[in-house]
Design a protein around this ligand. Structure first.
Ligand code: NDP
Length: 322
């Protein structure tokens, strides 16, 4: 089978389309014939070595497809099921062997493309606003990169809860997408000072929570825009990693909370995974959660997808088709 692998970590050119043996499922695994693959920022972190993996490895954490074969202990899926998953390395390929406990059956009315677009970023947006900082009606939230993959979904969910959503975006076109998704205000943070603007928009009070997947370039100012005892939810670093930080600053800025959550700990049990995946995929099926699949690339063009994502040229979701 074809697989997009990394032999030496590095830039997008580190991605090589190679012939690899089709995996044989272990007793607890299912072999999935992949139909659509989700591209995520975490794929770039693995490719460049920021997150370590033993080389050579097949890139990718998210896909949707059909179960072709199952191991002897598998109870959660059967051959022929349409399934999706996230959090297992090796998705940029024609087939993947996946722990069957990590697979969810795709509901009727949801396509492979939609499922591959919704799993990782959708479940992330879901845990961020329902569990890490459970938003309530009337809360004010700042969402960075609001037109991104996680961003557009988080804006929709926060708006549906009834929160006031302030987004940031890198261009006017992106700002409009964030507004269309439900953001009440959008700050062009490359041009305007988002800390001053957020303070102005909240009459000096600050927001209850900042959801920040941008990291290095936004972190310090996030500490300026929170109300006392507000929550800084740092969930990624698309602009780079945040440097070491002295917790005393949290005290000085108003007894703030800082957390650095990761999806895997919010889908740690089968029960939580199926609850969260159902919440997201059922919302997609009902049309309550809109997916913006902005570009679909052949698997062979994965390097271009990474260049586009890292170059801030994308909105919403990117997919690869094997
Ligand atoms: P996005 O679609 O949001 O793409 C990244 C966006 O970040 C860009 O479009 C850009 O938007 C913004 N950005 C700001 N500065 C930079 C920069 N210097 N270089 C590149 N991009 C920049 O990606 P995802 O939705 O896939 O992921 C968003 C973040 O969420 C990532 O950090 C990712 O690692 C994290 N994540 C974390 C998870 C978790 O559980 N902790 C799970 C899933 C994702 P703009 O032009 O508008 O500024």
């Amino acid at each position: 089978m074809k697989a997009m692998q990394v032999r030496n970590v590095g830039g997008p050119d580190a991605l090589e389309l190679l012939d690899a043996p089709r995996p044989e499922p272990k007793a607890n695994e299912a072999l999935v014939a992949i139909k659509a693959i989700g591209v995520n920022f975490i794929d770039c972190y693995f490719r460049e070595g920021r997150y370590p993996a033993q080389t050579p490895f097949t890139v990718g954490q998210e896909a949707a497809g059909v179960v072709e074969k199952i191991g002897s202990d598998v109870k959660t899926v059967k051959i022929g099921d349409r399934v999706a998953y996230s959090g297992t390395l090796g998705a940029y390929a024609e087939h993947a062997a996946v722990d069957a406990e990590k697979l969810v059956v795709i509901p009727d009315g949801v396509t492979f493309e939609q499922a591959a677009a919704a799993m990782l970023q959708g479940m992330t947006a879901h845990y961020l606003c329902h569990d890490t900082f459970p938003l309530k009606r009337g809360d004010a939230a700042l969402v960075h990169a609001a037109a991104g993959g996680v961003g557009l979904l988080l804006v929709q969910m926060a708006h549906a809860i009834g929160a006031r959503v302030i987004g940031t975006a890198g261009s006017e076109e992106k700002a409009q997408l964030a507004r269309d998704a439900g953001a009440d205000d959008v700050i062009l943070y490359a041009k305007d000072d988002f800390a001053m603007e957020t303070k102005r928009l909240t009459n000096g009070r600050g927001v209850d929570v900042v959801y920040d997947g941008v990291g290095r370039t936004t972190f310090e100012k996030d500490l300026e825009v929170l109300r006392p005892r507000g929550y800084l939810v740092l969930f990624g670093g698309s602009s780079g990693a945040v440097p070491p930080f002295d917790p005393i600053v949290l005290s000085r800025k108003g007894s703030l909370f800082l957390t650095r959550p990761t999806l895997v700990h919010y889908i740690a049990t089968r029960e939580e995974l199926t609850m969260r995946a159902a919440a997201v995929l059922d919302a997609v099926a009902r049309g309550a959660l809109k997916l913006r699949i902005s570009k679909t690339y052949p698997l062979a063009d994965a390097a271009q997808a990474h260049r586009d994502l890292e170059g801030r040229r994308t909105t919403g979701k990117l997919l690869l088709i094997p």
